[in-house]
Design a protein around this ligand. Structure first.
Ligand code: MN
Length: 428
């Protein structure tokens, strides 16, 4: 059963079919003049998918306040249903990334069935050792995997192993580990010893990984530790991943860097090291703002995708990054934000596919800086909306997901069905 009436989708798509056909024909002709086959681009974009974080469908918040929205999910099954709506309307989000213990469930088999019914699978599973749970023996106030106390570290390791076991029941193939460990004051922590303790714990988790699983290490420059973090940057992450082994890779959350850091170059370095796990897409102006992907800096997002498309084009071995959104929605309907972010990722990918790789290679080789940068701009400035819409129309999704979602009345129905809960959904 689908959450949004399929007849509504079909009727709305039909209403704009004629204008869409004109737009698509025009872009087809434009791209043909540039030697690009639009059908080939559509086929590649249709294969693109980005995972939804289960916590993203709830309203986020800041450390100051949280303003719950109407009809928020009350449990993991509600979250799956909302993720199903996003996928039904966009066909761009085929999987969900769970977070333990924010997502609790007494029967994981039932959850797997619910996901399957919504045409969803499970992406990487996320552990949480950055906050204390009720009844927990040891506190993570001063760290988890790198804590000075061995019993606290062991508790954090055991939690990660449990996450792997849950993930196995759901069909996940990766564990994402982000720790809030670090220090708030110079001198508080012995940097090298804290890293050694982290590595010792991470090795134990790594040993518990099934053969066909990966371990994604997520670095973050600060917060909640505001002076230093144990896995602060891609350098620390790469050191850890290389020491752990082939199954450990580095996950890039776009918001987890210092302002103005050249993220696309970090991506290129991790690809070169064969250590790029994938992404948590979002956007930011100042820090880990967790704003909607491409909402502030769409060109940066494009430049990241340009590196990914280049790597695929150059057939870098075993290049298969995992794509996930990681956002916090404080002032928007989370379903609307996640749909538009997923489509923004598709858009950046489609634009990156339009880059003339041969001409760019030639310009780089000839040190023609202006032509090289214009080749990127030519791709970025192409309005690929007809491509995205074509892919959605062909897949039975909504031509205009936002409009169809709003006219479906889904949020209003959920507001009645799910009375205000007021819980925090957290931000990672
Ligand atoms: Mn993240």
């Amino acid at each position: 059963m689908t959450a949004i009436n399929t007849e509504l989708i079909a009727a709305q798509n039909q209403a704009t079919q004629a204008t869409f056909d004109k737009d698509f024909a025009h872009l087809t002709e434009q791209l043909l003049r540039r030697g690009i086959d639009i059908q080939q681009i559509c086929a590649q974009v249709a294969q693109f998918g980005v995972a939804i974080p289960s916590w993203g469908v709830g309203t986020g918040g800041t450390r100051f306040a949280r303003f719950p929205g109407p009809g928020e999910p009350q449990h993991v099954f509600d979250k799956i249903q909302d993720c199903g709506v996003i996928h039904q309307l966009t066909r761009a989000t085929p999987s969900v990334s769970l977070h333990i213990p924010w997502d609790t469930c007494s029967d994981w088999g039932e959850l797997r069935d619910a996901a399957q019914a919504a045409d969803l699978t499970f992406d990487a599973i996320n552990s949480n050792t950055f906050s204390d749970q009720d009844g927990q023996a040891h506190s993570y106030k001063f760290g988890s995997l790198s804590h000075t106390d061995a019993a606290t570290r062991a508790q954090a390791v055991a939690h990660n192993v449990e996450c792997i076991e849950i993930g196995q029941r759901l069909g996940s193939k990766a564990l994402t580990v982000w720790v809030g460990d670090g220090s708030n004051f110079p001198g508080q922590q012995h940097f090298r010893r804290a890293f050694d303790r982290y590595m010792d714990s991470a090795r134990q988790i790594y040993q518990a990984l099934p053969d066909d699983w990966l371990m994604f290490l997520e670095h973050k420059i600060c917060e909640p530790a505001f002076y230093s973090t144990v896995i602060q940057d891609w350098g620390s992450s790469l050191m850890a991943a290389q020491a752990l082994g082939d199954k450990a890779q580095c996950l890039v959350d776009l918001g987890h860097h210092a302002p103005n850091v050249n993220i696309e170059m970090i991506v290129a370095r991790l690809i070169a090291a064969r250590k790029l796990a994938g992404f948590h897409f979002n956007d930011s102006k100042y820090g880990d703002d967790d704003l909607d992907a491409g909402s502030v800096s769409p060109y940066r997002l494009f430049l990241v995708f340009n590196e990914l498309v280049a790597a695929a084009h150059e057939q870098v071995p075993a290049f298969q990054p995992a794509y996930m959104l990681d956002q916090s929605h404080n002032v928007t309907d989370p379903i609307e934000s996640l749909m538009s972010s997923a489509i923004q990722c598709q858009r950046s990918y489609a634009q990156a596919l339009l880059v003339n790789r041969q001409a760019l290679d030639d310009a780089q080789q000839a040190n023609d800086a202006l032509l090289a940068t214009q080749l990127l701009k030519a791709a970025f400035q192409t309005d690929v909306e007809p491509i995205l819409q074509k892919v959605r129309r062909d897949a039975g999704a909504a031509a205009d997901p936002l409009n169809t979602y709003r006219s479906s009345g889904y949020r209003q129905r959920m507001a009645v069905k799910r009375p205000a809960a007021g819980r925090s959904s957290g931000i990672v």
